[in-house]
Write a protein that binds this ligand. Structure first.
Ligand SMILES: [Fe+2]
Ligand SMILES: [Fe+2]
Length: 306
């Protein structure tokens, strides 16, 4: 594990969309968003894009073991349809319980109200959800690794209608986040599923974005966040600090979608982020180096503000 003054090395993995051959359907699933998600996945071809997920994740696990990051960060959409069996398999493939990590859920993990209420994600990823909290709620939570606070926020919600893929943090969690950020001392990295913007800088479409993005951005900026990591979009991209937010925003992209399959490898040190993309090479059956870039992080915000 990194010392406080040593470079912190993070592996950022997202949107793996693992499924299993025969998940346990219940009667109510046929009247839920799970049905349209299943149609999309199995009949309309979405599942084909993730057909090599197990192979890619096995190679990813080996790549991470060779590169030995201080922490694996997972920013949601572990599953295709939010089944507990999918969640358990995804957690196993990512190394939950065997390697240090931190995880937040995505909208597919809360495919139905029952999936969220059942706490499948939180049960399967419990080992990657240890941290400091405000009160007894799971989210947000913060973990100090090296000299950096990693702050996990749940931005996913179940949605009723097939076309609705929006998320929300909610006023109660936002309030807890403000309290939590206020008592942390040192650089803070925010981890959500939902993005701040699309690759070109425009906001997400009305049916795909975060309902309370403005509120979360305000709390993050006031709370001294130095970097925002997210998933949900399946291509990897980043925005430097500037017009969108006073800190850089990075999307890992999908680790398993055919042709996009990559993850982010970041080193944080002395106010700088050195980022590299590790890309799956299907011919070699392993990951290789992709694009790299360096970003300046905003000045460290020290100590609590209130
Ligand atoms: Fe996704
Ligand atoms: Fe998503």
């Amino acid at each position: 594990m990194a010392r406080d003054d040593a470079p912190l090395r993070l592996a950022h993995v997202s949107d793996i969309h693992v499924t299993v051959p025969r998940p346990a359907w219940k009667a109510e699933d046929w009247l839920s968003k799970r049905l349209t998600t299943w149609i999309n996945h199995r009949l309309l071809g979405r599942g084909r894009r993730f057909r090599r997920a197990e192979e890619v994740l096995t190679a990813l696990h080996a790549d991470l073991d060779a590169r030995r990051p201080d922490l694996r960060i997972f920013s949601g959409d572990a599953t295709a349809m939010g089944f507990e069996e999918e969640m358990a398999r995804a957690a196993e493939l990512l190394g939950v319980g065997r390697r240090p990590g931190l995880a937040v859920p995505g909208n597919h993990d809360y495919c139905t109200v029952a999936a969220r209420r059942g706490g499948h994600f939180e049960r399967c990823f419990a080992d990657w959800q240890a941290g400091e909290r405000v009160g007894g709620e799971v989210y947000p939570f913060a973990r100090r690794v090296g000299g950096v606070w990693l702050v996990a926020v749940n931005s996913a919600t179940p949605n009723r209608w097939p076309w609705d893929a929006r998320g929300a943090v909610g006023p109660a969690q936002l309030s807890r986040l403000e309290q939590l950020l206020g008592r942390l001392d040192g650089p803070r990295v925010l981890i959500t599923h939902y993005p701040v913007a699309l690759p070109g800088g425009r906001p997400e479409g009305r049916s795909h974005g975060l309902r309370d993005l403005r509120g979360l951005l305000d709390v993050a900026a006031r709370g001294g966040v130095a970097l925002w990591l997210h998933g949900h979009r399946h291509d990897a991209y980043y925005h430097p600090a500037g017009a969108l937010a006073p800190f850089p925003v990075l999307c890992a992209g999908s680790a398993t979608q055919t042709g996009l399959w990559s993850y982010g490898e970041y080193t944080l040190h002395a106010g700088r982020l050195t980022a590299g993309t590790r890309v799956f090479d299907p011919a070699a059956g392993g990951f290789r180096e992709g694009a790299s870039f360096v970003l300046d992080l905003p000045q460290k915000v020290s100590a609590a503000r209130r």
